[in-house]
Design a binder for this molecule. Structure first.
Ligand code: ADP
Ligand code: ZN
Length: 210
C-alpha cells in the first residue's frame, strides 16, 4: 500500500502515520524528520535546509525531491510506505508521478486553522530521539521527559506562534492545491480531524479499508 498523508502542519499527520505503521507494517517516510536528522548531524543537506526550516518556509523542491528519491529506493519501501509531509507542492507531486510511483490513496486530514494554532503551542519533541508528544493530547509519563529514551522534551523552533502563522499561510498557498491535483486523479479521501486522536485514527482506518 502506497499512501500520502496531506494536511496542514499540526493537523496530526505524524501521529496518524504512526498508527498506520503499526497496523499495516509499512514504513512512514517523513521529510520533516529526515531533514531534522540531517540538521542535527550537520550534513550538507541539513545546512541547506536549516534557514528555511527555522523560518517556517518550505525547503526548496530539488532538495526534498532528492531526499525522497533516495529514501524510496531503500528495501523497506518495497511493499509500500506512507509519505508524511511529502509532497507539499505541485512540482513535488509531479516529481512523484514522474518517478512512476503508483500511489493508492491520498488521505487529507482537515483541521481548522484556529484549532491548529492552539494545538501547536502544546507540541513538544524529544531533543535526543525526536519522538513527539503533546502537553494535552499525548502526554509523556513524566512531564518534560521522553518515554522512549529519557531525553528532554523541547518546543521546536518552528512551533513558535509567529512561525506557525507563516507555516499555515505557506500551507494554504503551496500545499492545499494538491487536494485538487489528487482529487482529479481520483485518489483523494478527506478525513475530518477529531478532538481525540483515537477518533481520527478510526476514521483513517475506515478510509483505508473502503
Ligand atoms: P509538521 O510536523 O508541522 O507537519 P514537518 O515536520 O513535516 O512539519 O516539516 C517541518 C519543516 O520541514 C517544514 O516547515 C519545511 O521547512 C521542511 N519540510 C518538510 N517536508 C518538506 C517538503 N516536502 N517540502 C519542503 N519543505 C519541507
Ligand atoms: Zn527520546
Amino acid at each position: 500500500m502506497k499512501l500520502i498523508l496531506l494536511g496542514a502542519p499540526g493537523a496530526g499527520k505524524g501521529t496518524q502515520a504512526e498508527k498506520i505503521v503499526e497496523k499495516y507494517g509499512i514504513p512512514a517516510v517523513s521529510t520533516g524528520n529526515i531533514i531534522r536528522a540531517a540538521l542535527k548531524d550537520g550534513t550538507e543537506m541539513g545546512l541547506k535546509a536549516k534557514s528555511y526550516m527555522e523560518a517556517g518556509q518550505l525547503v526548496p523542491d530539488e532538495v526534498v525531491i532528492g531526499i525522497i528519491k533516495d529514501r524510496l529506493k531503500e528495501k523497506d519501501c518495497e511493499n509500500g510506505f506512507i509519505l508524511d509531509g511529502f509532497p507539499r507542492t505541485i512540482p513535488q507531486a509531479q516529481a512523484l508521478e514522474d518517478m512512476g510511483i503508483a500511489i493508492d490513496k491520498v488521505l487529507d486530514i482537515e483541521v481548522p486553522d484556529e484549532k491548529i494554532t492552539a494545538r501547536m503551542s502544546g507540541r513538544r519533541v524529544c531533543a535526543k530521539c525526536a519522538n513527539s508528544y503533546h502537553m494535552l493530547y499525548k502526554k509523556p509519563q513524566v512531564e518534560g521527559v521522553c518515554d522512549a529514551c529519557g531525553g528532554e522534551l523541547v518546543q521546536r523552533k518552528d512551533d513558535a506562534p509567529e512561525t506557525v502563522q507563516a507555516r499555515l499561510a505557506e500551507y494554504h498557498e503551496m500545499t492545499e492545491p494538491l487536494k485538487d491535483f489528487y482529487s482529479n486523479l481520483g485518489k483523494l479521501v478527506i478525513v475530518e480531524g477529531q478532538e481525540e486522536v483515537a477518533d481520527t485514527t478510526a476514521l483513517v482506518f475506515k478510509a483505508l479499508e473502503d
